[in-house]
Ligand binder design. Structure first.
Ligand code: SF4
Length: 445
């Protein structure tokens, strides 16, 4: 029996796609190994957003070949679509598969014997029109379900449309079937994931709002979360739906990228800061306890000191909960490369630090609001220092003393005190404590 091992570089979408490839290999009779183990086939699913995609890829190929110099090495994914020739230069790579072919490795090779020369299967990204279902999980409690792929937008800094092709998605009925399967496997929470999830159903008579409504009806599913949604696609009806839904969690992650209208125009984003503010205000009005996360890029070409300050002031004035700050870095074939002024790298980093400090402050202020409150949390299976961890419905990290019985259950807990690591040390609510006590007495006889 041949064995296969997989490594993912990049985002949750890549993780879900790697999981799907793993399942395909398992179905074909391969023994699945960890990437650290010796295997016959290594599949590396690459990312184009990683700062130094080439050296990350090179390093991973080397690690694989160190474990087994005769192993067949396949490099797939976004970076493979964008720079196949560069990857082919890496010694020991047998095949490079772009966006269209990455799920067809098993159709293309039977024996997986080492090739004399790297084979490149890299068709035009415009031919990547199929949608491949995928899901993955960090543990057995939360599953990331892919509902959309590709993007039709042309943001100045982004290579994803070049790496993944046009926006596409399955029918709602297919997503619902996948969700039902995940529930049957024991997952309590589904996180809806995509490149531009809010664009679900583009060009069809279905849309993202309809998808959320359908997922809300899935029997046995307890929690539904959206990994990220563009502000122009986060409609008022979605926010109103989130305010009444029992399953859709009070947590929004909304990319902003810059709080300056001039920068938003330069970045070719599809909204102005006013629209963003109105979305945040509506969420706060209807769901006051909601967690709101924001993506921001610092040092994009054209971001003068004044425009950065404008962006900073705008973000500072928003009632949001945390920021994901990315430092701009040059990507081949993007519009941003032609823009001026280019911001020195040192200055980009300085701006990132400034925003990360703001993020810490916002996160602390947000979390502190809930001190002493009782909220439901879903507990994970891993144990660290005698503690188990979970997320509340509104995405506050909590910890309680480890108790095997509470893994993959949702419990009401009291958020007692915030630690320096940024999570709440918590206690089970009184009713849960009584129940636990009764079970313990029963077990003790
Ligand atoms: S919305 Fe913009 S940043 Fe997001 S994937 Fe599409 S082009 Fe890239």
């Amino acid at each position: 029996m041949k064995s296969a091992a997989f490594e993912t570089l990049g985002c949750k979408l890549n993780f879900s796609e790697t999981s799907s490839m793993r399942r395909d290999f398992e179905d074909e009779g391969f023994e699945l190994k960890e990437f650290d183990d010796k295997a016959d086939v290594y599949v590396i699913n690459t990312c184009s957003v990683t700062l130094d995609a080439n050296s990350a890829c090179r390093k991973t190929v080397r690690q694989a070949l160190r474990r087994n110099p005769d192993a067949f090495v396949a490099v797939v994914g976004c970076y493979a679509q964008l720079e196949p020739e560069e990857i082919a230069q890496i010694e020991g790579v047998d095949v490079v598969l772009g966006a269209k072919d990455k799920f067809h490795l098993l159709d293309l090779f039977d024996d997986f014997v080492k090739q004399e020369k790297t084979i490149i299967h890299n068709t035009d990204v415009n031919e990547a029109v199929d949608f491949h279902n995928a899901f993955s999980s960090d543990d057995r409690t939360r599953a990331f379900l892919k509902v959309q792929d590709g993007c039709n937008y042309k943001c100045s800094f982004c290579t994803i449309p070049l790496a993944r092709g046009a926006s596409r998605s399955p029918k709602i009925a297919t997503v619902v079937r996948n969700a039902e399967q995940l529930v049957a496997e024991g997952f309590k929470e589904i996180i809806v994931t995509g490149v531009n999830s809010g664009d679900f159903g583009y060009g069809t008579d279905e849309n993202f709002y309809m998808l959320l409504q359908a997922l809300d009806e899935v029997k046995g599913l307890e929690r539904l979360r959206v990994s990220s949604i563009e502000p122009n696609l986060l409609t008022e009806e979605i926010i109103r739906f989130a305010a009444t839904s029992k399953k859709l969690q009070p947590h929004f992650h909304i990319p902003l990228q810059s709080g300056s209208d001039e920068m938003l125009k330069i970045m070719r984003r599809r909204y102005k800061s006013d629209l963003y503010r109105s979305r945040v205000e509506l969420i706060r009005e209807l769901i006051p306890d909601a967690c709101i996360g924001v993506d921001v890029i610092t040092g994009h070409p054209g971001e003068t000191e004044e425009l950065f300050q404008e962006s900073f002031d705008f973000i500072n004035s928003l009632d949001v909960s945390y920021l994901h700050v990315f430092t701009y870095s040059e990507r081949p074939n993007t519009h941003a490369l032609s823009l001026k002024p280019v911001i020195p790298k040192q200055e980009r980093k300085k701006r990132t630090h400034k925003l990360r400090r703001l993020s810490k402050k916002k996160r602390f202020n947000f979390d502190s609001r809930f001190e002493g409150q009782v909220r439901p949390a879903l507990f994970e299976e891993s144990e660290k220092d005698g503690l188990m961890f979970g997320w509340t419905n509104n995405y506050v990290r909590v910890a309680i003393p480890f108790n095997e019985r509470l893994v993959n259950t949702i419990q009401d807990i009291e958020l007692t005190s915030i630690t320096s690591e940024g999570h709440f040390l918590s206690t089970l609510s009184e009713s849960v404590q009584q129940e636990e006590q009764a079970i313990a007495e029963l077990i003790d006889g």
